[in-house]
Design a protein around this ligand. Structure first.
Ligand SMILES: [Fe+2]
Length: 194
């Protein structure tokens, strides 16, 4: 289950309804989709897309998405660090970034126009969208694994537009472990900016 951390306010937000209401003013949707009871998260991409057909279709209708695929990143992915560096710099997209997490963990930082930067740690079963034009960046957690369904509004796929005065380097991409999420929450410290 996802967890939000707002380092400048030294607080975290947990629970589906609390997460939804925090994200809603930023145009970010949060849903929980069924996992193993539906399909093996390691199944081939075609089986995954078929198994989540109803959720995908309803999201396509809601957000105008036209294409879905399955992305898989592991420690075995060639040039993993180079790939991650592309996600780690603050950027926007000209379409929504939509992800349903099948396996692994990831950390989105969102830099809204109004309000503090916040981090959303996503894990298996979480679906979120980062609306087009939203400044954000992404990193993997320690396990360096993520498998996710992606939805696109354009068939061109994932294109980042990097922000000139990126602040992503000011934030430590700290993920919460299962124990932390169970109640021993700690907040990722913000590095001092010199
Ligand atoms: Fe992105």
């Amino acid at each position: 289950m996802a967890i939000i951390s707002i380092s400048s306010e030294n607080r975290t937000i947990e629970g589906v309804e609390a997460i939804r209401s925090y994200l809603s003013p930023h145009g970010i949707w949060f849903e929980r989709w069924p996992l193993e009871e539906r399909v093996d998260p390691n199944a081939p991409a075609e089986e995954i897309l078929k198994a989540y057909d109803s959720e995908i279709k309803s999201l396509m209708a809601k957000g105008g998405y036209v294409v879905a695929d399955v992305v898989n990143i592991t420690t075995e992915t060639p040039n993993l660090e180079v790939l991650l560096d592309r996600f780690r710099a603050e950027h926007t997209h000209s379409e929504d970034e939509v992800r349903f997490i099948l396996r692994g963990n990831g950390l989105f930082h969102v830099h809204p126009e109004n309000g503090p930067v916040f981090a959303i740690q996503v894990t298996a079963g979480d679906m979120i969208n980062v609306p087009k034009g939203t400044k954000h960046w992404f990193d993997l957690c320690k396990d360096r694994v993520i498998r996710a369904v992606r939805l696109f509004q354009e068939t061109a796929g994932w294109t980042p537009h990097y922000v000139e005065q990126s602040i992503s380097g000011d934030f430590v991409p700290l993920c919460f472990g299962p124990k932390d999420v169970a109640g021993l929450a700690r907040v990722a410290p913000k590095l001092s900016v010199s």
